[in-house]
Design a protein around this ligand. Structure first.
Ligand SMILES: *[C@@H]1O[C@H](CO)[C@@H](O)[C@H](O)[C@H]1NC(C)=O
Ligand SMILES: *[C@@H]1O[C@H](CO)[C@@H](O)[C@H](O)[C@H]1NC(C)=O
Ligand SMILES: *[C@@H]1O[C@H](CO)[C@@H](O)[C@H](O)[C@H]1NC(C)=O
Ligand SMILES: *[C@@H]1O[C@H](CO)[C@@H](O)[C@H](O)[C@H]1NC(C)=O
Ligand SMILES: *[C@@H]1O[C@H](CO)[C@@H](O)[C@H](O)[C@H]1NC(C)=O
Ligand SMILES: *[C@@H]1O[C@H](CO)[C@@H](O)[C@H](O)[C@H]1NC(C)=O
Length: 786
């Protein structure tokens, strides 16, 4: 479903971090600080630039900026101008993907839900209501950028802008009106006269041509963790340049976290890590970040040749080709081997070269191999999660709690509005995940459905249902990513007279992709039925057209229990902390973990709900949703062969997402508040905060290259293993191979690295001594602890 996206070395920031608004700016070892708080934008931008990117790309999220019609929000995290200026401050270019449809696994693809509720609207087609709104928002963004002189034609960093997104995939479903719409989009973009090119990503008949991209993959509830190897991403990028490409975008370079209710899908996790070069928390994902950095360096060295050279190819058969870029000043070469199993030995201009299966070699001078995508020299970092080491922090958190009150009005079916039908949950303008559907059914024991086996049946599609009958909880039901409908069927005890049915429907992110995705039902489309059984006969009472009463949200949300100062307003209970209690609020205080490592909330033991830190909604949690049992890799992932999102999965049989990112900018130094809303059942006494940092750093570097090791901001504590020869195994389980250096290299590496923030070791016989290996290509393997 997610296919091609575009652009030259770009970072797609799906989440806009805390903005810069204050004035006292300084820096520490980890980030730019403003008024003493760490800010993530400059840190992420710097790491991207250091990784060899020259352009940062961002979407613009319409539903975040215009949550209510004509009421705008560009504050804090949403300060788009500030973000573009931060890009400029780092000396980078920017690509602005206005859309305003963005897909992005973002709630409703970025469309505000109020737009869906405008009379006569039809999305993404020749419809005047839709086009007026789209034009209004797009114009606002373009004018905002122009006023701040942010387009490259005005001296600003924005070199490209995008209108619409991934429409080529779905256009045929919109018929002639789709073609008219896309032409209108192109004319609209053109009419702004911003002096830079516009793109339509995934629109083969729109200028300029479609541009290739490197995708990882995202994670769903019920899904395992997708990986794409460093070797394979590098192969795809190098291959793109070998075959004449000049523009490359990573989707994602940094995916971050979808906090609050921004995650779409439905059924997508809050983690949007994407196995990207910068991980969810902004740490370097090694060796991927480093391996791509090396590639970027080589490509930049080759820039002139790549953009001016005459291209010729030599075909060696078996999917092996040499590509020569020739200029007057000299030539550069790519040797590509797209064979998935067989390494190739080729003779080129009188010399012999080995090109491993599924790899590309780059030779700046067509003589010496400068880079091969399958030879990873960058360090591997194994990240570890450690307990909160804040001073005086007790071993476990001390909780107070409160039930979510489901009383009178709900039990009596008294909501805020009513209708004689089941409504689509989007009618509430996405004000909340929660919507109560309530009705009453009058029965007597000579009713045709009356039997001793009656069931309540609900056809639902959005996305979790908790059913209550006559004030008693009956059961819950939900679907999974890719299957959006669930069928609830449960035996129910009814009584003669009125019976009260209260269905709490919970959305888990609105649909974000597909033709007419905006019309996909959410909530309870129905039917809702009572089914009675008499022998084999099923007798149905359809309640769908009954009078239904509706209430948006939950009492605790109305009472702002998620705020840190909610004590004054409500009575929290400190006695008899319940575990495994449905619909329960929990609250605690904690100290921020010491240091500057990334912080996560470990919610193992909890069911499903929301978490807030100091009132910041850190997103939907659902650690009780287990990933599939099967389909994960058992050992290392074979990088060879085309990537697909089921290729290299890990985490089968474990919670799809156990850890939830808590940015340090959400926390104060002293007392912080954590509030959980639990829908199912959970045991808060198992909840804890942890820090994420490099635990082990391994080097695996080929002869004539340089080993570079770092613990990312901490000194290297020790070196456990070093071998120069043909070491076997991988980081954490290296062993010596059949040959080794004549003298032990461990002391050499210890001397160079221990106690230092980072170290460089040239992998040569001069430095490391002679080996017993003979003529093979030697490698240095090192395992260090941080
Ligand atoms: C957007 O619509 C409002 C009216 O709802 C109007 O005042 C405003 O000028 C429009 N903006 C643009 C850029 O068309
Ligand atoms: C890969 O190499 C093998 C062995 O040389 C050969 O049989 C096969 O056809 C090659 N595959 C492709 C796709 O070139
Ligand atoms: C590249 O091709 C052009 C046109 O054929 C030719 O004039 C030029 O000499 C070529 N340059 C090199 C370095 O081969
Ligand atoms: C009631 O009906 C359901 C659905 O047909 C069936 O699965 C269940 O076994 C029945 N229960 C009893 C007690 O008969
Ligand atoms: C259940 O709801 C879906 C819409 O989400 C609809 O397509 C389907 O027809 C409904 N099933 C029945 C039995 O009506
Ligand atoms: C809650 O009480 C504290 C301390 O008594 C006070 O500082 C704070 O302003 C109160 N908050 C609200 C919302 O009343």
């Amino acid at each position: 479903m997610k296919t091609t996206k575009f652009i030259l070395y770009a970072l797609s920031l799906c989440f806009l971090f805390q903005a810069l608004t204050a004035c006292e700016v300084s820096r520490d070892d980890r980030a730019i600080t403003i008024d003493g708080k760490r800010r993530m934008w400059p840190d992420l931008l710097r790491k991207s630039k250091e990784g060899g990117l020259n352009t940062i790309e961002t979407y613009v999220f319409w539903n975040a900026h215009e949550p209510s019609r004509r009421q705008y929000d560009f504050n804090g995290n949403l300060d788009l101008v500030r973000f573009i200026k931060s890009i400029k401050d780092e000396g980078l270019y920017a690509v602005l993907r206005i859309g305003p449809y963005v897909c992005a696994e973002w709630n409703y693809g970025g469309f505000p839900v109020w737009l869906h509720n405008m009379p006569g609207v039809e999305f993404r087609t020749a419809n005047s209501v839709f086009m007026n709104e789209m034009q209004n928002f797009t114009t606002l963004i373009v004018d905002m950028m122009r006023k701040e002189k942010l387009f490259a034609s005005q001296g600003g960093p924005i070199i490209l802008a995008q209108i619409e997104n991934e429409y080529g995939n779905v256009m045929s479903k919109y018929g002639d009106a789709g073609k008219a719409y896309v032409d209108w989009c192109a004319n609209l973009a053109d009419s702004y006269q911003i002096g830079i090119p516009w793109l339509m990503c995934q629109q083969s008949d729109a200028p300029p041509p479609m541009i290739n991209t490197c995708n990882g993959w995202f994670k769903s509830w019920g899904g395992a963790i997708p990986h794409r190897t460093a070797e394979d991403v590098a192969f795809a990028v190098a291959r793109f340049f070998q075959t004449g490409g000049t523009f490359q975008n990573y989707y994602m370079y940094h995916g971050g976290t979808n906090f609050g209710r921004t995650s779409g899908g439905p059924y997508l996790t809050t983690s949007y890590d994407y196995d990207a070069p910068l991980d969810e928390y902004g740490n370097l994902n090694q060796p991927k970040w480093g391996h791509l950095k090396e590639l970027h360096k080589v490509l930049i060295k080759m820039e002139k040749t790549l953009t001016h050279g005459n291209i010729s190819n030599v075909d060696f058969g078996n999917s092996v080709t040499a590509t020569i870029y020739a200029t007057e000043e000299g030539s550069g070469c790519f040797f590509g081997n797209a064979n998935t199993t067989t390494d190739a030995t080729i003779t080129f201009q009188g010399s012999e070269y080995v090109v491993p299966a599924w790899s590309v070699s780059i030779l700046l001078d067509c003589k010496n191999e400068e880079y091969n995508t399958a030879k990873v020299n960058a360090q591997t970092s194994l990240m570890v999660k450690k307990s909160n080491e804040a001073e005086e922090e007790p071993a476990s958190l001390k909780w107070v709690w409160r039930p979510e009150i489901i009383d009178g009005p709900i039990l009596e079916g008294k909501g805020k509005f009513a209708a004689s039908k089941l409504i689509d949950q989007k009618q509430i303008n996405d004000e909340s995940d929660y919507l109560w559907y309530m009705t009453s059914v009058n029965l007597n024991d000579d009713d045709p459905i009356w039997s001793d086996n009656m069931t309540l049946c609900v056809n639902g599609s959005g996305h979790v249902l908790h059913a209550y009958v006559n004030g008693e909880y009956l059961d819950s039901e939900w679907a999974t990513y890719g299957i959006f409908n669930y069928k609830f069927e449960k035996q129910v005890k009814l009584k003669p007279g009125p019976n009260q049915i209260a269905l709490l429907s919970t959305t888990v992110g609105l649909q974000n992709y597909g033709p007419m995705f905006d019309l996909v039902q959410s909530g309870i489309p129905g039917p809702v039925e009572i089914v009675g059984r008499k022998g084999d006969e099923r007798v149905i009472k359809d309640l769908s057209a009954h009078k239904w009463s509706y209430k948006v949200g939950l009492r605790g949300l109305d009472d702002k229990l998620s705020n840190s100062d909610s004590d004054n307003l409500t009575n929290w209970l400190s006695e008899e902390l319940p575990s495994n209690r449905r619909m329960t609020w929990y609250k605690t205080t904690f100290k921020a973990p010491l240091g500057s490592d990334s912080v996560v909330l470990d919610l193992l033991g909890m069911g499903k709900g929301f978490a807030w830190v100091n009132g910041h909604n850190i997103g939907r949690y659902w650690p009780s949703y287990m990933a599939q049992e099967d389909g994960c890799i058992t050992e290392t992932c074979d990088y060879r062969g085309s990537y697909d999102n089921n290729k290299c999965l890990t985490g089968c049989g474990e919670p799809s997402q156990r850890y939830y990112h808590v940015p340090r900018s959400f926390m104060d130094k002293d007392v912080n508040t954590l509030v959980l809303l639990e829908e199912f059942s959970g045991n808060p006494s198992r909840v804890s905060f942890k820090t994420v940092a490099v635990g082990t750093a391994c080097g695996h570097t080929y002869e004539k290259k340089t080993l570079e090791l770092s613990c990312q901001g901490k000194p290297i504590a020790g070196v456990l293993f070093a071998s120069f020869g043909d070491p076997q195994g991988s980081c954490g389980s290296f062993t010596k191979g059949t040959c080794d250096a004549e003298e032990d290299v461990l002391p050499i590496i210890q001397k160079e690295c221990v106690g230092k923030d980072s170290c460089l070791v040239e992998v040569t016989q001069e430095k490391l001594g002679k080996t017993t290996c003979g003529n093979i290509i030697k490698r240095l393997a090192v395992e260090a602890v941080c």
